[in-house]
Design a protein around this ligand. Structure first.
Ligand SMILES: NC(=O)c1ccc[n+]([C@@H]2O[C@H](COP(=O)([O-])OP(=O)(O)OC[C@H]3O[C@@H](n4cnc5c(N)ncnc54)[C@H](O)[C@@H]3O)[C@@H](O)[C@H]2O)c1
Ligand SMILES: O=C(O)[C@H](O)CO
Length: 330
């Protein structure tokens, strides 16, 4: 490999909107930065690059096939569903992600979502300012059911770094925690904690929180059937990926009153299509894929990305997500 590899960032605007310089990454080669890349420009911009960095710009098989010079793909995120990692592996291109950079930020965001669903602090602040408290004449007033978390059951789907931290925080609020994990994991040291099957988790949980990656096998798996298993009055929280959820089914479950609410940081299409039924659904709190975005987490993401590139250049790639598929070295 050329000692000064060509490095192209396809969509760098959100990692560094101005407060998180690229210097550590840029120092590793000849550096080209694009804020965002429309699909039709991906090949043109990535062609000739030895190292391609993407956050949410898609690199499907058909695009990878048109990048003969690509030696390494560094995903600027934990979730790497935008890259066909199996195809990259078959072409001998290692792909890395950035695990762990946002565990605390995302887990804390999940708690913020949960508290928003249960207490609606900002809604009540608005009601006070619009005169509702004054008009009601009482020392106290509330306009939404006020729900205590202690004693409720939290079901965590996907017991990796974020899921485990959410489970710990839920237990600290006095919640009973259940988890679903496809592979054996160290249990949480909390009274009542148990690993259960997916259906049992949906049946027994007051709150289901999603923390598994989006894969070819689990698109839209949270559908009418699983939502129908949830207790009436339950909540769904999703910070993982929007496409894990059948959005039309979720909108129906909210509008029928079967679910009391949902808090979604991710949607199937981002930013959303104005026709997304969740935008109008009852008690649906939607945030713009921002759980990861604290400056502390983004700085960590930047420096782990630089470390991923350095490790690749040293011949010892780290944080590989397609090691199982790598058949040859590009
Ligand atoms: N909203 C945000 O800003 C934000 C930020 C970071 C990560 N994420 C998302 O959160 C996801 C989880 O992040 P993490 O750091 O915990 O990743 P992780 O790899 O540490 O954990 C994911 C866990 O899910 C498990 N898993 C895989 N397939 C599963 C399935 N079908 N059902 C149940 N579990 C399954 C894995 O075994 C693993 O333990 C990421 O893949 C990403 O999509 C979102
Ligand atoms: O997967 C991640 O790291 C987040 O979704 C931000 O891109």
């Amino acid at each position: 490999m050329d000692p000064k590899p060509n490095i192209v960032v396809l969509d760098g605007a959100t990692l560094n909107p101005g407060d998180n310089p690229w210097d550590e990454v840029a120092a590793l080669g000849a550096f080209a930065l694009h804020d965002r890349t429309p699909e039709e420009f991906t090949v043109e911009r990535a062609r000739g690059a030895d190292i391609v960095l993407t956050n949410k710009t898609r690199l499907p098989a058909a695009v990878l096939d048109r990048l003969p010079d690509c030696r390494f793909v560094a995903v600027l995120a934990t979730g790497y569903d935008v890259v066909d990692v199996a195809h990259a592996g078959a072409r001998g291109i290692p792909v890395s992600n950035v695990p762990g950079y946002g565990v605390e930020s995302v887990a804390q965001f999940v708690i913020a979502q949960l508290l928003a669903l249960c207490r609606r602090v900002e809604t009540h602040d608005s009601l006070v300012r619009s005169g509702e408290w004054t008009r009601c004449g009482e020392f106290t007033f509330w306009d939404t059911p006020q729900v205590e978390l202690a004693g409720k059951t939290l079901g965590v789907v996907g017991f990796g770094a974020i899921g485990r931290r959410v489970a710990q925080l839920g237990a600290a609020f006095g919640m009973n925690v259940l988890a679903h994990a496809p592979r054996p994991k160290e249990p949480l040291d909390a009274p009542g904690f148990a690993f259960v099957g997916l259906e049992e988790l949906f049946e027994r949980s007051d709150v289901v929180s999603l923390h598994c990656p989006l894969t070819k096998g689990n698109d839209s798996f949270v559908d009418a059937r699983l939502l129908g298993l949830m207790r009436p009055g339950g909540f769904l929280v999703n910070t993982a990926r929007g496409r894990l959820v059948n959005e039309a089914d979720l909108a129906r479950a909210l509008n029928s009153g079967h679910l009391a609410g949902a808090a979604l940081d991710v949607l199937a299409v981002e930013p959303p299509d104005p026709a997304n039924p969740l935008l109008e659904a009852r008690n649906c709190l939607i945030t713009p894929h921002m759980a990861w975005a604290s400056l502390t987490a983004r700085k960590r993401l930047m420096s782990i990305t630089a470390a991923n590139i350095r490790a690749f250049l040293a011949g010892q790639p780290q944080n590989l997500v397609n090691a199982d598929y790598l058949t040859e070295t590009a």
